[in-house]
Design a protein around this ligand. Structure first.
Ligand code: SAM
Length: 533
C-alpha cells in the first residue's frame, strides 16, 4: 500500500475504513438467483453452445464438474471451491465479487487473492488486467450487456452480472480469442454458480461477441458531434458526469482529443513512483536499486518493475511510495520564499503521512518543527509511522482541523491537502469512478472551504498556505479558493508555476493543475496563497 494519501489508500475523503468502501452501502444480494430461471431464455433466445466449446485454457475434464450447483460458492471465492486450472480468471472474478458484494477496494483485495490462490508471474499480470480493466469499463460493459438481455440489469444475480462483465472485457478489450473468452467464462460460472447460470452467460456473451467496441459504440453511444461527453464516456469507460468535470477543468482551449487523451490515461496503470524522505534517504540509493530518476522531482524515482516493498530504503522508511505530483506540490510549498522566521510548519490533513514525511524532513533540516494533524486515529497512526525515524522535531495530533486547538497566526507554512473526491487518481482506483457521485463533491465543498478558512487563520502574515487536492473538479479546486479569498481580503494568490521548476505545460496560472496525460502524474491541483496582513 502506498503511503501517499492519494495513492490508493482507499480514501480520499473523510478517512474511512480501510479495505472496504464505507461511503456507499450496497445490498448484499448473495443467494438471490435471478439469472435466467433455469434456462438461457433471459438472453433472448441464445443457443446453449457450452457443450461445443473448443478446448481452452482452464477447462477441466467434464467429469470434474459433476454436482454443478455450487450453492453459496457464487460469493467471493471462499475456501470450498475446487482448485481451478485457470487461476488468473478465478482471482479476477474473486476481486469483482468482493468489490460488488463487500464494497472492497480492488487494489487492496487483489494482492490478497493472488496470495491466497498462489498466483504469480504472468498469471498475476493477467489477473490484474482482467480485474482492473473490467472494473474500469464497468459502465460501458453494463450498457452492452443490458442490450443483450431482456430484463433490467438490476434483475440479474450479481455474481452472474460480474461474470458477464468479465467475459465482455475479454471479448472487447483483450486479445483473448472469442471462443476462449466465452468458454472460460461459462466454465467459471458453471463451477462457481450453476449449470443454468452457465447457459445464460453463454447465450449473453454470444450476443456481446457480435460487435467489437467500435460497433457497440456506434450502436449504443451518442455521436461525438451530438454529445461529446456522452460519446467519450461510453468509448473510454467513464461516467458522463466525471467526463464533464474533466472537460471543464481542462478548460475552453482543450479539444475533444485532449479530453480523450486524459480519459485514456485514466485507464492505464500508474507508474510506481518513489520519494526519498529528506534528511533520511538519498535518491542515489533508489537508482542503485534499479529505479529510474523521476522526471522533475529532485526527491523522486520511478520503479519500472518489481515490488517497491523489496527495496531496503522503502522497508526502512528512508523512502516511500508517492506519486510524483504529490512530491511536486509538497516541494512547491517548501520553496516559496517567506520573510522572517520559517520554523513552524503545519500539515492540517496529514493521514496517512506521505507529504508529512517530506515536510518533516525539510523543516527539520532548517531547525524547525512540523505539526501533523489528522482527524482519524487509525490514519494518525500511519502518520506516526511515516514520521518515525525522522530526526526532526514533529508532533502528530489527532484533531478536527476545522477547529484547530492552536492560536491564530501560529505557523509560517501550512499544507492543506484537503479531503476530496479523488477523481485525479482514477488510475489507481479502478472501481472508484463508478462509486463516486456528484453528491460526494457537493458534500465535500463545505468541509474544504472550512479547512481553508482555518488554514488562513493559522498562518502568520507573510506566511504561505498550499491548498492541494487530488481532483481536478473545479467545484473542489479553484472555486473553493475563490470563495475563501472573497471572505479573506488579507490573503492573495501566488503564481505557483515557478515553484515547480522544469515542469512543462502548467497553463496560465496562477494555480497549477497537473494531468496524467500531460505530466504522467495524478491530477493534482495546487493553489499557493500568501497572508498579507
Ligand atoms: C487527501 S488525504 C491527505 C493525504 C496526506 N496529506 C498524505 O500525503 O498522505 C485527507 C486526509 O484528511 C483527513 N481529514 C478529513 N477531514 C479532516 C478534518 N476535519 N481534520 C483533520 N483531518 C481531516 C482524512 O482522514 C484524510 O486522512
Amino acid at each position: 500500500m502506498s503511503d501517499d494519501g492519494h495513492d490508493g489508500d482507499g480514501d480520499h475523503g473523510r478517512g474511512g475504513d480501510h479495505g472496504r468502501g464505507s461511503d456507499h452501502g450496497r445490498n448484499d444480494r448473495r443467494g438471490d438467483r435471478r439469472y435466467g430461471r433455469g434456462t438461457d431464455g433471459g438472453a433472448g433466445g441464445g443457443r446453449n453452445r457450452s457443450a461445443g466449446h473448443p478446448p481452452s485454457r482452464g477447462r477441466k475434464p467434464q467429469g470434474a464438474r459433476s454436482g454443478q450447483q455450487r450453492g453459496r460458492g457464487a460469493g467471493t471465492g471462499g475456501g470450498q471451491q475446487r482448485h481451478s486450472a485457470d487461476p488468473a480468471r478465478q482471482v479476477a472474478y474473486d476481486v469483482l465479487r468482493a468489490v460488488t458484494d463487500e464494497d472492497a477496494y480492488a487494489n487492496l483485495v487483489l494482492p490478497e487473492r493472488l496470495r491466497d490462490r498462489r498466483v504469480g508471474g504472468r498469471d498475476a499480470a493477467f489477473a490484474t488486467e482482467l480485474a482492473y480493466g473490467t472494473l474500469r469499463w464497468q459502465g460501458t460493459y453494463d450498457r452492452i450487456v443490458g442490450a443483450c438481455v431482456d430484463r433490467a440489469l438490476s434483475e440479474l444475480d450479481p455474481p452472474v452480472l460480474d461474470a458477464l462483465r468479465l467475459g465482455t472485457h475479454q471479448l472487447l478489450a483483450l486479445r483473448v480469442p472469442p471462443h476462449a473468452a466465452v468458454s472460460t467464462t461459462v466454465d467459471l460460472v458453471r463451477r462457481r454458480i450453476s449449470e443454468g447460470a452457465g447457459r445464460f452467460v453463454n447465450a449473453v456473451l454470444r450476443k456481446v461477441e457480435r460487435h467489437d467496441l467500435d460497433g457497440w459504440t456506434a450502436e449504443l453511444a451518442p455521436t461525438r458531434d451530438d454529445d461529446l461527453a456522452g460519446y467519450v464516456a461510453f468509448r473510454h469507460g467513464h461516467p458522463a458526469w466525471i467526463v464533464r468535470a474533466f472537460r471543464d477543468a481542462l478548460g475552453p482551449e482543450a479539444d475533444g482529443d485532449a479530453l480523450e487523451a486524459c480519459l485514456r490515461a485514466n485507464n492505464e496503470p500508474a507508474p510506481v513512483a518513489l520519494a526519498v524522505r529528506p534528511g533520511r534517504g538519498e535518491v542515489s540509493e533508489l537508482l542503485d536499486a534499479g529505479a529510474e530518476p523521476a522526471r522533475w522531482s529532485p526527491i523522486g524515482a520511478t520503479l519500472t518493475s518489481g515490488d517497491p516493498g523489496r527495496l531496503a530504503a522503502v522497508r526502512s522508511g528512508r523512502a516511500g511510495v508517492q506519486d510524483e505530483g504529490s512530491q511536486l506540490v509538497t516541494l512547491a510549498l517548501a520553496a516559496v520564499p517567506v520573510d522572517g522566521p520559517d520554523e513552524r510548519w503545519l500539515d492540517m490533513c496529514a493521514g496517512p503521512g506521505g507529504k508529512a514525511a517530506v515536510l518533516g524532513g525539510l523543516v527539520g533540516g532548517q531547525g524547525g518543527r512540523l505539526l501533523a494533524v489528522e482527524q482519524h486515529v487509525h490514519r494518525a497512526r500511519l502518520v506516526e509511522q511515516a514520521l518515525s525515524g525522522d530526526p526532526s522535531e514533529h508532533e502528530v495530533l489527532v484533531a478536527d482541523a476545522t477547529e484547530g486547538p492552536w492560536p491564530d497566526e501560529d505557523f509560517d507554512r501550512v499544507l492543506l491537502d484537503a479531503p476530496c473526491s479523488g477523481l485525479g487518481a482514477l488510475r489507481r482506483r479502478p472501481e472508484a469512478r463508478w462509486r463516486r457521485t456528484p453528491a460526494d463533491v457537493g458534500e465535500l465543498r463545505p468541509l474544504q472551504a472550512a479547512l481553508l478558512l482555518e488554514a488562513a487563520r493559522s498562518v502568520r502574515p507573510g506566511g504561505v498556505v498550499a491548498y492541494v487536492t487530488c481532483t481536478p473538479h473545479l467545484a473542489e479546486t479553484a472555486t473553493i479558493v475563490d470563495d475563501v479569498l472573497r471572505k479573506r481580503d488579507d490573503m492573495e494568490r501566488i503564481d505557483a508555476r515557478p515553484y515547480l521548476p522544469g515542469v512543462p505545460d502548467l497553463g496560465d496560472g496562477p494555480d497549477v493543475q497537473l494531468w496524467p496525460h500531460v505530466h504522467g502524474t495524478d491530477a493534482m491541483y495546487l493553489a499557493l496563497l500568501r497572508r498579507t496582513g
